[in-house]
Design a protein around this ligand. Structure first.
Ligand SMILES: [Ca+2]
Ligand SMILES: [Ca+2]
Length: 397
């Protein structure tokens, strides 16, 4: 009893020094849900630099300081979970250059969107292992195309554990069930395999270094019902921004979870960011992963013809022709509901930065960190880390 009392007193004293934080020497209070610094989540690895979702891209992200590495899971024909953003392998691999797979090219619908390419569900893992990853963005380095292999979910779990041991840091992983309804309809459901792999890894708890995410609530709810006890994140998408009003626009396939479309539910993702939507998410998830424009949107300048102006006169209309507007209350609303907030995706390219960020991605992170986001999905871990260091310093940490 006495020992306990002393321990409590010591904790209280520490907290007076470190937790109140308003004194001249104490650090200021952070607005994150748990009061800790925001996480830097390497979206698809260091995808700004290397072909995404490869061990090489994850290694680089960890070298640049990422707290968490993020991956999308799709299924192979033989039911193995692999890290790819899309079932369509043409987008992120060199499959088009492999003549022996030419006959497997086809045009199908994925979540209501017509796509032509080669699909993971038509390839065994052994076949996919003969492919190389490629950059998914023509503006980014292309010289590594075809050099790095596609990896399985299990390989990533093993890799993260090895890297944690090697670096002495906890490297968390952030897998997403991608197109879960699409794969279930093909007889290749992913959820039981995700739960089994996490359980076998010894990570089936809220405190384990893992976050499980999906755009489809049904996928998260199913895994929770099957005993998944990790942190769960509901992703919230949108298509674009109306440059005149700053309002979110919605279009297939990012208008709503595909399971809703299939069930005839015509609501869009925006219902998830209302207080009622957040309360519903809290019944099955621990956090939200909204498109960042739900927190700070942008507006363009509109010409006499009603169309957005090419303000920087580079012949294109994009984010660089717009400025950011006052933030919404989403972070505070989500925190009030007990949900943490990890917005996506932060990128360095100037065409993807509102004009008021002056072509420096750090200025964008600074806004979101100050608003209290609990983490950021970034393609450029180093920029997110540099901005976080500056932010924490400004907060006396
Ligand atoms: Ca993802
Ligand atoms: Ca422009």
């Amino acid at each position: 009893m006495r020992t306990l009392q002393i321990a409590l007193t010591a904790t209280a004293a520490l907290c007076i020094a470190a937790c109140s934080g308003t004194g001249p020497s104490g650090p200021a209070k952070l607005l994150t849900l748990d009061g800790n610094p925001p996480l830097v989540i390497a979206h698809r690895g260091a995808s700004g630099y290397l072909p995404e979702q490869t061990l090489e891209a994850y290694t680089k992200a960890i070298e640049l300081g990422a707290d968490v590495i993020e991956m999308d899971l799709v299924s192979t024909k033989d039911g193995v979970l692999i890290a790819r953003h899309d079932p369509n392998l043409a987008i992120s691999t060199d499959v088009a250059k492999h003549p022996r797979f030419a006959s497997r090219k086809k045009t199908i619908k994925v979540d209501g969107e017509t796509q032509t390419g080669w699909f993971s569900n038509d390839f065994t893992l052994a076949e996919i292992k003969t492919l190389g990853g490629i950059s998914t963005d023509a503006e980014r380095p292309q010289e590594f195309n075809g050099k790095f292999k596609v990896v399985t979910f299990q390989e990533i779990i093993d890799f993260a554990k090895a890297k944690s041991k090697e670096t002495g840091r906890t490297i968390a992983i952030y897998p997403e069930t991608k197109n879960p309804t699409y794969f279930r309809d093909l007889g290749l459901p992913m959820e039981d395999k995700v739960v089994a792999a996490i359980t076998a890894a010894g990570w089936n708890s809220k405190t384990a270094p893992i976050y499980v995410q999906s755009f489809e609530p049904g996928s998260l709810k199913y895994m929770k019902a099957k005993g998944l006890n990790t942190k769960l994140i509901q992703l919230i998408d949108g298509d674009g921004i109306d440059m005149k009003t700053g309002a979110m626009t919605y279009a297939v396939p990012v208008d709503r979870p595909y399971e809703w479309t299939k069930a005839g539910d015509t609501r869009n993702f925006d219902v998830m960011v209302t207080p009622a939507g957040l309360a519903e998410i809290k019944t099955y998830a621990d956090g939200i992963g909204p498109w960042k424009r739900y927190i700070v949107t942008i507006k363009g300048s509109i010409g006499a013809d009603g169309k957005p102006l090419d303000v920087n006169k580079d012949g294109k209309i994009n984010d660089a022709d717009a400025t950011s507007v006052s933030p919404t209350t989403l972070i505070a609303d989500a925190h009030k509901a007990g949900l943490f907030v990890h917005p996506f995706t932060f990128r360095n390219e100037s065409r993807r930065l509102a004009a008021d960020y002056n072509k420096d991605g750090k200025n964008e992170y600074a806004i979101y960190y100050k608003l209290g986001v609990d983490g950021v999905f970034t393609d450029f871990t180093d920029t997110a880390i540099a901005a976080r260091t500056e932010y924490l310093k400004s907060m006396g940490r």
